[in-house]
Design a protein around this ligand. Structure first.
Ligand SMILES: CC(C)(COP(=O)(O)OP(=O)(O)OC[C@H]1O[C@@H](n2cnc3c(N)ncnc32)[C@H](O)[C@@H]1O)[C@@H](O)C(=O)NCCC(=O)NCCS
Ligand SMILES: Nc1ncnc2c1ncn2[C@@H]1O[C@H](COP(=O)(O)OP(=O)(O)OP(=O)(O)O)[C@@H](O)[C@H]1O
Length: 466
């Protein structure tokens, strides 16, 4: 893959002019916010092509990652220019200590896999040291993209060809956005924020067939979008707990970690019912997102990791799940849950099967799709939801329809939606609005697909692709 085949060329004079503009703007910001730190954030791409869809994607990913590292720091102002042929660039004004912030941005440039493609500059007006260099803080100067020498000396000596640089950048791009994607060792605050944001994102997506959204409570009489807000916030301590359980777990037998999360999940269900006055808003997600958060914390506890390792942890955690819940469980219980009934009647494993296979719908279908989808966030999420709904054995949908025959119909509705252009076209949007009305009339809902979308958004946020 070569990401430099498209895009408008720029030239040295445009680059120099833009540098002037940046420096002018940075000074203006310094005057306006004399006690704050001004961060200038841009890509650092050699050659004439400095902006195109691929480079913009890298930029957005980096921006997301940087912002997520700044959680807790007050951001006073930000500005972003995406469309410049000289490359996308952005500014942030942040409250905080200059040297701490500099360390954070050095970590971003050095440890984040796409970080070497960025240039992050910091300035603080009041500080004695107006700008800090890497060397001031005891860090080595930036190394060249291609070899281990100092970047400045390679540039000066013109040691490498542009093609060599392109090859490295193409490699970084392919490596980062591949299916087996990179997982940064995010830390608790970032992961919990991503989980809560994903819950709130999903309920905000409109119009979803039969589901609760801000415009309609769909085929759910007992809840509105507000109920989901209350429920999401009530789950915060549970996700913190799930993260801590995952991070602290030491043993070899990961089914024990799963049991610990499940115990916490049972308490979280009570917290949910208390917050929603007895309504089931997030039962499925207490289970699936709890597993995901704990597994992520476990797999990144000693440093960055990758999606396939995360999936291995999830599989190991849930190794006994189907046997315990669906085989032994059925023999001992009188009141079977919807999921258990569906296993008994149709051998469908539902949410437990998804978890035991480490969420193939999320990792193999929805995430790669969302990463490439275009349009507004709402459009990308609607398309992703409809893609999931066309393929998932959603136990909520089956329960409400009274038969798994609904799955073939759902597959056909999903295919029709995409044939009509999906969220990008008026015809697709009209189809979806009608489907929503139809679902409401027939009391159908897509609870499992909605949950799968939440898991997808959670990971996409951490990956930086939304
Ligand atoms: C496994 C869970 C989700 C219960 O499943 P149950 O059989 O009651 O319900 P059911 O199968 O209908 O699904 C529950 C929810 O999962 C979601 N869902 C449904 N189908 C799917 C699917 N194919 N993929 C992903 N999510 C799905 C929906 O939101 C649905 O409402 C969980 O609540 C549980 O383990 N309950 C037992 C008590 C417990 O241990 N609680 C603590 C939970 S950690
Ligand atoms: N935006 C959403 N709107 C509605 N349901 C959602 C939404 N997002 C996720 N869901 C999931 O759908 C489930 C709700 O489905 P449903 O109302 O059929 O479940 P139930 O409470 O088990 O059944 P019933 O309401 O028939 O007693 C929730 O547990 C939740 O996980």
């Amino acid at each position: 893959m070569n990401i430099f085949l498209k895009g408008q060329s720029t030239d040295l004079s445009a680059v120099l002019l833009q540098r002037e503009k940046r420096s002018h703007y940075q000074n203006q910001l310094e005057q306006r916010y004399p006690n704050k730190v001004v961060i200038s954030f841009k890509l650092n791409i050699p050659g004439p092509i400095k902006n195109n869809d691929y480079l913009a994607r890298i930029f957005q990913t980096g921006w997301r990652v940087l912002l997520s590292q700044l959680t807790g720091q007050v951001i006073e102002h930000s500005r972003m220019e995406n469309a410049l042929t000289t490359g996308p660039e952005a500014f942030l004004v942040v409250a905080g200590d200059l040297s701490q912030l500099k360390q954070l941005t050095i970590k971003f440039e050095d440890d984040f896999p796409l970080g070497r493609l960025f240039d992050v500059d910091l300035m603080a007006g009041k500080d004695e040291k107006y700008q800090l260099s890497r060397q001031d803080l005891g860090f080595a100067p930036r190394t060249c993209l291609i070899c281990d020498q100092e970047a400045k000396s390679c540039i000066k000596a013109q040691r490498h060809s542009l093609m060599d640089a392109y090859q490295v950048i193409n490699g970084l791009y392919a490596n980062y956005y591949q299916e087996n994607f990179y997982l940064f060792n995010w830390g608790k605050a970032t992961v919990i924020n991503a989980a809560l944001a994903a819950l709130l994102d999903e309920v905000t997506v409109t119009p979803k067939p039969g589901l609760v959204d801000p415009a309609s409570n769909g085929a759910h009489q007992d809840m509105t979008a507000f109920t989901f807000i209350d429920s999401s916030l009530a789950l915060r301590p549970y996700f913190v707990r799930a993260f801590e359980l995952g991070q602290n777990f030491q043993g070899m037998d990961l089914t024990i970690l799963f049991e610990q999360v499940r115990q916490a999940g049972i308490r979280a269900e009570q917290a949910m019912y208390l917050a929603t006055k007895g309504v089931n808003t997030h039962k499925g997600l207490i289970f699936s997102l709890g597993i995901m958060v704990a597994a992520l914390a476990q797999v990144t506890k000693n440093g960055p990791s990758r999606a396939d390792r995360l999936r291995q942890i999830i599989q190991a955690m849930t190794a006994n799940l189907l046997t315990v819940d669906l085989q032994k469980g059925l023999a001992n219980q009188e009141d079977l849950t919807a999921g258990q009934q569906q296993y008994q009647r149709y051998q469908l494993t539902g949410i437990r099967g998804e978890a035991a296979q480490a969420f193939p719908m999320v990792f193999e279908l929805a995430l790669p799709f969302l990463g490439q989808a275009s349009g507004s966030d709402n459009q990308r999420y609607l398309d992703t939801l409809m893609l999931i709904a066309g393929q998932l054995a959603d136990s909520t949908l089956i329960k409400r329809a009274g038969s798994p025959a609904i799955l073939a119909k759902m597959q056909a509705w999903s295919a029709e939606y995409f044939a009509l252009g999906g969220s990008q076209r008026e015809s697709g949007r009209t189809f979806l609005a009608n489907l929503d009305q139809d679902f409401i009339k027939r009391n159908l809902s897509l609870g499992g697909a909605a949950d799968t979308l939440v898991l997808t958004i959670f990971l996409a946020r951490l990956q930086g692709v939304v």
